[in-house]
Design a protein around this ligand. Structure first.
Ligand code: FRU
Length: 487
């Protein structure tokens, strides 16, 4: 269905309660629906927002258009968790209901300040001529999960920045508040990460300047920047749109990448000794708008939108789309990030079954974790979410002698964004054993390679009867499959 502007921006109160109930039922009953990942209660989900730890719970919000599979009038939906795995939905938290966020409560972050959680986000406002003003806004969340918006914007885009100015991450350093924001320079139409500072938080914001982190252009816009500390290293995670592929390789429509430095100079807005060439955070097909933060114990956690802007997905016809990734713990190793499942993921494990590489197929169902160890001199294909005769399914091809691994989703059901390729590959150390930890949740696969040296995340939309996994030939390997419980 083609959505008109009027349909996309119809105020929430003009939609009927019955319409919403029907959409919720449709999303819940879909055979592609996720059962242990954050998924939209109805309509479209995109970026994770406000990922934080407050009042003895983990919080994450997500960008939501509850009335269908379209990027319409956005709000924040609120989820909380005791362990980063079991999430409870608290419904709408930030509605697009003021002049400043009239056309969407866009992405932002959260930070505990005294006994409340401060939400900093972008209000998307458009006037009668459809001219956009991006307001940077604030709101307080209290211990009863009640939200109170600030009366006035924190700041707007300065003259030299275009209408593309959004997704603030609120930081604190040396007693001052800082925010990094995705921005586009008006004259050059180039993307940047812009740094702002304030002594008081709710007033007095001033621009420090663009973060110096890359010699090359980031493209025409940079969305969803995050600055976090990973094992003592400052890491910038961001989504550079229109990045030249000569600068860094990527195949998705828009990449989600990171840079690592030795230090971050807040006064000069500089990532010191930046790695300069950004690398893909995820090597799969569908990760975007990752949000990361440092928990009170200093550990860095990340959660991503599994979906990409400007693409359609097969469940659009069922009026819902997308989900969040599982939360990953981030670590630093030899100039790169390692991403690991959080400890509580093991609590989802139910019945276990061991297998070895002589078995041509095992019945996994559609909601499982599989851990596999493959010897150093092996080449073959691991089929997942496959037909019993392995004629269809996701294909994980590996060659541990040459150090190659690829995931092919071209034989795994309905095509998804085929224009952007159907195979994603990573390089592995040669002649080394390979360890895979695979999570499947109906239409979502998260494949951790060698304890998180790479993660390949993707959606696939296969025939629900395809509940098998196996190798296409004898492989020197052994592994375990666990059935996973609902979250
Ligand atoms: C990224 C993004 C953000 C924006 C939000 C709107 O996916 O475009 O830049 O704040 O989505 O939903």
């Amino acid at each position: 269905m083609e959505w008109t502007r009027e349909q996309r921006y119809l105020p929430y109160e003009k939609h009927s309660a019955l319409e919403l109930l029907k959409l919720q039922a449709q999303a819940a009953n879909s055979s592609y629906q996720m059962h242990y990942h954050v998924r939209p209660s109805s309509g479209l989900l995109n970026d994770p927002n406000g990922f934080s730890y407050y009042n003895n719970e983990w919080h994450v919000f997500y960008q939501s258009f509850p009335f269908g599979a379209a990027h319409g009038l956005k709000s924040w939906m609120h989820m909380t968790s005791p362990d980063l795995v079991h999430w409870q939905n608290h419904g709408l938290a930030l509605a697009p209901d003021t002049e400043y966020d009239s056309h969407g409560a866009y992405s932002g972050s959260a930070r505990v300040i005294d006994d409340r959680l401060f939400l900093m986000y972008t209000g998307n406002h458009r006037d009668a001529d459809w001219q956009r003003t991006p307001y940077q806004l604030g709101a307080w969340l209290d211990k009863q999960n009640q939200v109170t918006k600030l009366d006035q914007p924190l700041f707007v885009n300065p003259d030299h920045i275009s209408e593309h100015f959004r997704d603030p991450q609120l930081l604190k350093h040396d007693g001052k508040y800082y925010a990094i924001i995705g921005a586009q320079e008006k004259d050059t139409q180039e993307g940047h990460i812009d740094l702002w500072v304030s002594d008081e938080l709710t007033t007095g914001w001033q621009e420090v300047g663009y973060v110096d982190c890359m010699a090359d252009s980031m493209g025409y816009m940079c969305e969803c920047p995050n600055l976090i500390d990973v094992d003592g290293h400052p890491v910038l995670i961001f989504c550079p749109q229109g990045l030249d592929k000569k600068v860094a390789d990527y195949e998705n429509i828009y990449p989600n990448m990171y840079l690592i430095g030795d230090d971050f100079d807040y006064e000069k807005a500089k990532l010191i000794n930046s790695s300069q060439i950004p690398v893909n955070l995820d090597d799969g097909f569908d990760v975007y708008a990752t949000q990361a933060f440092n928990a009170p114990d200093g550990k860095a956690y990340a959660i991503s939108w599994v979906g990409l802007p400007d693409l359609s997905y097969p469940t659009d016809t069922e009026n819902w789309a997308n989900c969040l990734s599982q939360v990953k713990e981030l670590h630093y190793q030899n100039g790169r990030l390692l991403q690991k499942p959080v400890a509580a993921m093991k609590e989802l494990r139910g019945q276990a079954e061991s297998f070895n590489g002589n078995v041509s197929h095992i019945k996994t169902g559609r909601q499982f974790e599989m851990s596999v160890d493959i010897a150093a001199d092996q080449a073959g294909t691991l089929f997942l979410a496959a037909a019993q005769d392995l004629s269809a399914g996701l294909q994980v091809r590996f060659d541990t002698r040459t150090g190659k691994l690829s995931v092919d989703r071209s034989h795994a059901g309905q095509p998804v964004a085929p224009d952007f390729g159907t195979v994603r590959s990573v390089k592995l150390p040669v002649d080394q054993p390979l360890k895979l930890d695979v999570f499947i949740d109906h239409s979502l696969a998260e494949i951790f390679v060698n304890d998180g040296e790479h993660v390949l995340t993707l959606r696939f939309f296969n025939d629900p009867c395809q509940v098998w996994a196996g190798f296409d030939e004898r492989i020197n390997a052994h592994g375990t499959v666990w059935q996973l419980k609902n979250m």
